[in-house]
Design a protein around this ligand. Sequence first.
Ligand code: C2E
Ligand code: CA
Ligand code: CA
Length: 259
Amino acid sequence: MERGASNATAGLEVGELRRAVTRGELVAYYQPEYDLTTGRPVVLEALCRWVHPDRGLILPDSFIPIAERSGLIADLGRAILEQSGRRAAEWHQRGLRVGIAVNISPSQLTPAFAEAVLEIVHGLGLPRWTVTAEITETPALLESCDEYRALAALIDGGVGISIDDFGAGTTSVEGLRRMPFTEVKIDRSLMRDRRAEADDLVAECVEIARAQSAIVVAEGVETADDLERARRWGCDRAQGYYFSPAVAAEELEPLLQPA
Ligand code: C2E
Ligand code: CA
Ligand code: CA
């Protein structure tokens, strides 16, 4: 758990969350992904924090489900995309070239949503492939033509699509074969799983990704051993507490170097 962060859901209400969105209490923290060849941070994943006036910093697992149930997830997603997009534009203007990644709930994914994302990204003047949308595969996602079209439209517009949490929950090799994507993130549960089956699943995933010229990112890298395993798997990038937790933008800026 991050310093001063809390996971307490008790008493959190929809009305309070709605006010938080309009008052700007939802803040993007950033966790770097490191390129395993150059050793440099190349992408910053925006992870939402609620800076609550009384409760302090609240982690997303406590309020994303409320946002999803109440339909506030679209406003939340937009707020985080605008915030992190503005940061990226500012960094780019100062010659600090770094990509950003935002998390998208499957329930948000419609062609209209894809259009809105592209409008924000292009409006900020961000170069193609600066922004990646991370989404977890769900069975519903694979069934729906609308959602498939939305993914394809984002890629067409230069927004990367990352299949998040591969190997956790409902994700499958079959899903990976059927979805358009530019990146896949291997879930930290596979990093924790030391059985040969985990290595086999990752090998299959890497093979499918390579066939699509997609990037492979290892999540949950906590130790030097984990990093070594990510290299053995053939990952392009790694992310995890070994490098850095998610931190405020100001804390991270010194890590960014001019391109
Ligand atoms: P995620 O996208 O899979 O993000 C990774 C989570 O794992 C983050 O938790 C991160 O802080 C944590 N983590 C990173 N490295 C390590 C590690 O080495 N070890 C361990 N044990 N954990 C690590 P966080 O920030 O609490 O976010 C939880 C989830 O909330 C995210 O999972 C994502 O699904 C969701 N989320 C966060 N921000 C947003 C958002 O803006 N929109 C949407 N729709 N979902 C979000
Ligand atoms: Ca993610
Ligand atoms: Ca993940």
